[in-house]
Design a protein around this ligand. Structure first.
Ligand SMILES: Cc1cc2nc3c(=O)[nH]c(=O)nc-3n(C[C@H](O)[C@H](O)[C@H](O)COP(=O)(O)O)c2cc1C
Ligand code: SF4
Length: 484
């Protein structure tokens, strides 16, 4: 992952933890309503893909254990990882694109209810994403994948040359010259791996996205409701289809790109279709970006307008993330796919302990507060969720007291210690295992390996019944909290 050049090293913040009585009076542990949904406390475990689903996208025992473990800490809400709305193979990522996924998803809902004794509400993040290929070998790309065009022939100065001869010539060029003959997308396909964009409207399946996505999202949300979830989070953030429609980089000319009101059109149509499907008594919100953190992308000015439009449409909550784009991703190795959390925008999404003067803790708080203020100024009281580097009670409580957000999300801190919520609420905050923000977990995610935390994944490996990673070296969930 990219690191700020200042390379200032941070350690977790030192906190004075509240007593049980102080915690009981804290805003963090007070209830909040998300439209029809009531949360017992303002704590939230945001979506995190742990690479635990089966290759067919089904809920596995490891998925049940993963969410069951978070539920034991009794946060106000857990959002299940980004779950695909289409019925297409997508590796070990959870899917909700067909009714056959319902039994597994129902078991997941039941498990979280049981483990949290009914205290934690469960939402599911639903996602659409476009195709991305692995970075190809140079030779293979030039000989097999590249479509030879007259532009190549012209730039090689041989208008009558046949395809095979063009390929031969291209293979013989050095990279500088090859970069002049290939166009920008071809060069990207060679050096990064081909990646579809929402602006590729010459491709029929991309052109028709506005026609198909509302129905796909609505059907997925309907299944989430049938499976017993308490709500859905529409994934409008990071590197995926809906965020790409919202992005200032979306120049589609079919009424769904260009000025912001047109970029908002599909996200609003998707929301309307979802709402029609699930009715008013089921929570529907979304996750979107307070800043895309890429050149030419949406910044805070656009995010505030997006927030107001989504609140006006009737969303039950708005969850703010930042960055996490493909646009500035690092070049992958040959045979690997680009990963959207490897560039500057990736750093902004999951800031690590090696940072700049601002540091990794709370980089998204002020931008989220600005979006919330705009939403409030427009007359909407939609609850706003903030995430990013929050690990202490004081951080969380202060930002709530200062009306910067309404709910606090803890992703890596909950991974480091899923009992954070119960420990802090019961006056045992001093026993919290604090996240070090090393991003070991994110490195596993990048390699599509089962995500764990290095603060606990080698502990008590001989515990009876403990489930381990495929190589048998790591436990897959945190050990139980032994109260001191
Ligand atoms: C392993 C891992 C997987 C993640 N998967 C998702 C995801 O599926 N959807 C999403 O919106 N964010 C995802 N995120 C981002 C987190 O939800 C969160 O926004 C980010 O980690 C910053 O919060 P934190 O500093 O509390 O960790 C993931 C983060 C990690 C570490
Ligand atoms: S591996 Fe653990 S300590 Fe490191 S960033 Fe992830 S959750 Fe935090």
């Amino acid at each position: 992952m990219w690191k700020p050049p200042q390379r200032i090293k941070y350690i977790p913040l030192v906190d004075t933890w509240p007593s049980r009585e102080e915690a009981a009076r804290a805003r963090l542990f007070s209830p909040v309503e998300l439209g029809p949904l009531w949360l017992e406390q303002r704590t939230w475990v945001p979506a995190m893909v742990p690479w635990r689903a089966s290759d067919d996208g089904e809920v596995t025992e490891d998925v049940l254990d993963w969410y069951g473990r978070f539920a034991r800490g009794r946060p106000g809400a857990i959002v299940v990882e980004a779950t695909g709305i289409r019925d297409v193979p997508s590796g070990p990522l959870l899917r909700i694109g067909d009714d056959r996924f319902l039994p597994g998803l129902r078991r997941l809902v039941e498990r979280v209810r049981e483990e949290s004794a009914g205290h934690t509400r469960l939402l599911i993040q639903i996602i659409d994403f476009l195709g991305i290929r692995r970075r190809p070998e140079r030779e293979k790309f030039l000989r097999r994948f590249l479509r030879i065009t007259d532009r190549h022939r012209q730039l090689l100065g041989a208008p009558a040359m046949d395809d095979e001869a063009v390929r031969e010539q291209l293979c013989a060029l050095d990279d500088d010259r090859l970069g002049q003959v290939l166009d920008a997308r071809e060069w990207e396909a060679l050096t990064m791996g081909h990646r579809e964009r929402v602006t590729d409207t010459l491709l029929p399946h991309i052109a028709e996205l506005p026609r198909v996505l509302p129905g796909l999202f609505a059907a997925a949300a309907g299944r989430a409701r049938d499976a017993g979830f308490d709500g859905v989070e529409l994934h409008y953030a990071h590197a995926y289809t809906m965020a790409s429609f919202l992005s200032a980089t979306n120049t589609r000319e079919d009424g769904y790109g260009g000025p912001l009101e047109r970029r908002l059109r599909l996200p609003l149509e998707v929301y309307a279709a979802v709402r029609r499907q699930v009715g008013e008594d089921f929570a529907v919100g979304c996750r979107f970006l307070a800043d895309e953190c890429i050149p030419g992308g949406n910044a805070l000015a656009e995010a505030t307008q997006i927030g107001v439009a989504l609140a006006a449409a009737g969303m039950d909550f708005l969850s703010l993330s930042r960055g996490g784009k493909f646009d500035d991703a690092k070049q992958p190795k040959v045979g690997e796919a680009a990963y959207p959390y490897t560039g500057v925008s990736g750093y902004e999404c999951m800031p690590g302990y090696i940072s700049d003067e601002f540091g990794p803790y709370g980089r998204n708080i002020e931008p989220t507060a600005a979006v919330r203020a705009a939403v409030r100024a427009a007359g909407y009281d939609t609850p706003v969720v903030v995430a990013g580097g929050i690990h202490t009670f004081t951080q969380a409580e202060t930002l709530l007291q200062q009306d910067r957000a309404d709910i606090v999300a803890f992703a890596r801190q909950a991974l480091a210690d899923p009992d954070w919520f119960e420990k802090v609420r019961s006056g045992c905050g001093a026993q919290v295992r604090l996240c070090q923000y090393t991003n070991y977990c994110e490195g596993l995610d990048q390699k599509h390996k089962q995500v764990t935390c290095n603060l606990w994944d080698r502990l008590q490996l001989d515990e009876p019944g403990v489930r381990k990673s495929r190589d048998g070296r790591r436990r897959l969930t945190a050990p139980a909290w032994q109260r001191d």
